[in-house]
Design a protein around this ligand. Structure first.
Ligand SMILES: [Zn+2]
Ligand SMILES: [Zn+2]
Length: 439
């Protein structure tokens, strides 16, 4: 059972995260392309030979529904796993828990449901005609990943900085991180904090539940076999009167329990507390996965980028390696050139009226088709002066990174007002802007 759970966790991890740039040129990326490209292709080829492709075309329709439409299948699976595990483990563990542990169990069991509900049912930050002005006031355009005037052709609205159209929800979402099938919702500016709390509470539940359950089980084994210990190297066996060693000098000295015997006592405990044992084992096994997900998300907070932006930056990195990327100084006086395209957002002009963000783009980044820089006097492109080739991500700034705590405040406090308006650009920076890490 342990290996099945481990295999499923690993597969899930590979399929969801194997395409992330951080795993490029690692076995995880190879396994991802094996499962996502090569296996489906092989199945397709076999089916073409056997049934003329009928089998896979209906499978494909089903697969496309599962992958491209909004449906709560995974949420239901997650809930069944959660409710089922708690139903199996809590009643058998309850009599052995101290008062404090009971409080912890109740709190840790409740929080994931609460945060799941909030993450799944909050508006992730839908960009609509009515909310466009608000979304434009959140972040400035960075003239690298997000250019003013860009438009979503599905929603027929301007794309606010950091937003992205979600093909599953079929709408644009402000500061979209990713569409998450575990909550059947996008993770965006409106619910990112609930999503992080869901991960944190699930991580605590899995590890606390697993650890407490295993300890209760261990205590039951020790009640029956007092020289056993949860830690194999601390388990001893008493040399009894029936032992071959009885009557020798070793008779009364305890000796280390062999591992197979340690395992035998453990399986005695597992057999007698099968529900508690299997759920605890599940908790222990999925804990690293959930903590890993949380760590990945916190890493993104640390570097001030969304999952969507990290994918975009990795595309830029490949173009930089090929010598196709140039930058030049941003001139904010010239922004009037793009104002005409954006005044329709209603009321204040989002480009001349500043956002609540304390910093603005200082450079413009462009890709060139042929490796030659654009002309210095090219007035169709923003910025002023000569173009300078950019070879690495170290040489560009991430406008959306204000440092871990500010990034966290930005996620947890809706429309947080960075209290730095009116200061000259140099003073209002809390610290030097961190650069995007090299991948
Ligand atoms: Zn859209
Ligand atoms: Zn979505």
């Amino acid at each position: 059972m342990a290996s099945i759970v481990l295999a499923i966790s690993l597969m899930t991890f590979i399929i969801f995260f194997g395409r992330l740039p951080i795993f490029r040129r690692t076995p995880i990326a190879w396994l991802y392309s094996f499962f996502v490209v090569h296996v489906p292709n092989a199945v397709l080829a076999i089916d073409r030979r056997l049934t003329g492709g009928r089998c896979t075309s209906s499978l494909q329709r089903f697969g496309s529904f599962m992958m491209n439409d909004k449906h709560p299948t995974v949420v239901i699976f997650f809930l069944v796993l959660l409710v089922g595990s708690e139903y199996m483990a809590v009643p058998s563990a309850w009599p052995f828990l101290t008062g404090f542990q009971r409080v912890c169990v109740v709190v840790f069991c409740t929080l994931p449901y609460l945060f799941l509900y909030l993450a799944a049912y909050s508006d992730p930050g839908t960009v609509s005609m009515g909310s466009l002005k608000y979304h434009l006031s959140l972040y400035p355009y960075d003239y690298a990943l997000f250019q003013p005037g860009a438009r979503c052709y599905t929603c027929n609205l301007l794309k606010p900085p950091r937003s992205k159209h979600c093909p599953i929800c079929k709408r644009c979402i402000g500061r979209l991180d990713h569409h998450c099938i575990f909550i059947n919702n996008c993770v965006g500016v409106g619910n990112h904090h609930w999503f992080l709390l869901l991960l944190l509470s699930t991580a605590f539940l899995a590890s606390y539940g697993g650890w407490t359950g295993i300890n209760i089980l261990g205590d039951r084994v020790i009640e029956r076999f007092p020289t056993w210990s949860l830690w194999p190297w601390r388990a001893y066996e008493a040399v009894g009167a029936n032992s071959a060693l009885a009557g020798t000098a070793l008779a009364n000295s305890p000796r280390k329990m062999p591992f197979d015997m340690w395992l035998m006592y453990l399986s005695w405990g597992m057999k007698n507390f099968i529900h508690l044992g299997s759920v605890s084992l599940l908790g222990m096994l999925i804990s690293p996965l959930v903590w890993g997900l949380l760590a990945y998300n916190l890493w993104n907070v640390w570097t001030g980028q969304t999952t969507n932006e990290s994918l975009k930056w990795s595309d830029w990195k490949y173009d930089m390696d090929d010598g196709l990327v140039y930058k030049r100084r941003m001139s904010h006086e010239r922004r009037t050139n793009v104002v005409a395209a954006t005044t329709e957002a209603g009321g204040a002009n989002p480009l001349t009226s500043s956002t609540r963000w304390p910093v603005e783009a200082e450079h413009v980044l462009v890709r060139s088709e042929d490796g030659n820089p654009p002309a210095a006097n090219n007035n169709d492109l923003p910025g002023v002066g000569e173009w300078e080739r950019v070879w690495t991500l170290r040489d560009v700034e991430n406008l959306y990174d204000l440092g871990f705590w500010n990034n966290l405040k930005d996620i947890f406090i809706p429309n947080y007002q960075f209290n730095t308006r009116g200061l000259p650009a140099a003073e209002r920076r809390g610290r030097p802007r961190k650069r995007v890490p090299r991948k």
